[in-house]
Design a protein around this ligand. Sequence first.
Ligand code: ARG
Length: 594
Amino acid sequence: MSHVVAIKDQVEAAVRAALTEVLPAELAGTDPVVRRSDRADFQANGPLAVAKRVGRAPRDLATATADRLGGSVAEAKAEGVANAAVTAEVSGPGFLNLTVPAATLWRQVAARLADESLGIATTHDGERTVIDYSAPNVAKEMHVGHLRSTIIGDTLARVLAHLGATVIRQNHVGDWGTQFGMLIQFIDEHPEQTWQGEASMSALDALYRAARAAFDTDPGFADRARARVVLLQSGDEATLSTWRELVAESEAAFQAVYDRLGILLTPADADGESRYNADLPGVVDELVAQGIAVDSDGALCAFTDGVVGPDGDPVPLIVRKKDGGFGYAATDLATVRLRVEEYHATRILYVVDARQALHFRMVFDVARRAGWLPDDVAATHVPFGTVLGADGKPFKTRDGGTVRLDDLLDQAVERARAELAEKDHGLTPEEFERVAQAAGIGAVKYADLSNTRTKDYVFDVDRMVALNGNTGVYLQYAYARVRSILRKAADAGVRLGRPVDPTLPLHPAERALALTLDELAATLDDVAVTLEPHRLAGYLFDLARAYTEFYDRCPVLRADDDAVRAGRLALCELTGRTLATGLDLLGLAAPDRM
Ligand code: ARG
């Protein structure tokens, strides 16, 4: 693996050096503010931005920088540095329009192609990142909130691991709490109720609803259920054994969903709430001993400076309830402690919906004060918005129930099937079915990932599976098209992987594609810092569009001569590998034919 320096970084370094030479010493290293541009390859706004501070006319300073840039290019060339060249032109009030020579771009394409990992640096090497995601609840149907956490968390896990971090996935399943008393008691009293055997979440969900109804309407049952909670907590073997079966049954059902969705989570990533039971008294005792948790109306609570409710009263983080039970807050404090002490995490991400922002703000604050979360460990809540129905309200079934995930995926696959059937695809029925699954499921995942994480979005299956627009299907198609060209080339006996002639001129569409291909590494770094997968989605969409433009304008197999064809095939190959990497990091399948 060898790391390839992005063209943009090379250009930025060259302009920074030139700008430094024309600025007073104290402004050395000023940001040249280099961006992609419509008028040239890049534009530098740094000279314009800094001119006022040194009392110079912006165009003057820009011209001096451009001259210096020419000078350093000449020097670099004399020293045999090939990639230093960039031509600069002053424009408008004092921008620099920057153009990279064709040879630099061709060499860059070849360098990325020559590296197995496309020249992407492992910028997160040595980091140990715990990602808490998915976290559905035992005996309850996974809802769309869990779907978002699952999809977003999985992409972050993939991207960070790709950049060299050691990723520790944690599925903090809701497997403990008073509801289990009710469930287990109900199972005992209703041996006729079936809920085992098919890893079927709906059977468990039906059990849950029946138990809940009995609890709400039959006071005798409610009393017996409460007594069961006590038995469960005191470790009664018969009660525990039914609890274990419930957990196992749910986990099998969750695993079926993960497998269908192509999610990395496995049973080894399970980190159920129950895992922390034995830790909770210690967590609370330590908080009391440190004076962080105090008695408030019989409950033990911690407070965070500045966190007040609408009435101006401080908001409590309840670590032990009035009845002596431990809640969600105590468990989450225990997760922080374990993740630091046992997993030696350097970064902990909690991918949980935005409504829990305050909970995590307080948990992290308390954990820091308690000394469980050292300053060099970053704990971050990664919030996300709500999935909405067509009516703009939280996504529900027509009768207001939770939308079953399997139904939702079935629906997407069915629409994808209809959409794809219209194309002349030439696939066998089995291949077609595999592609429809990949397209339908990919559509749901991509729709989620391509939206700004913190925003709500409307779940609209028709839009998700469209062949045109910013959809997963569009990207999968772009990939399949690349594969098809490469296949045709091979069939025609054209040799792939031929060295590219750097003296070839570049068509504008080739240039735009080459520049876009060079941006994957920076995009991934950006996702790793911002934790925003839509940046990768947007990048892949731009890439697919740049490829489409190139494909429309630059004949590949019917190119005029061998050298031109070899250059274009290299661009096709790099596009294919870049799209494949990107789709894989988004967790989308990339079929070879569609
Ligand atoms: N099981 C919880 C729910 O369904 C989500 C847990 C999120 N993770 C955490 N460490 N609190 O809402």
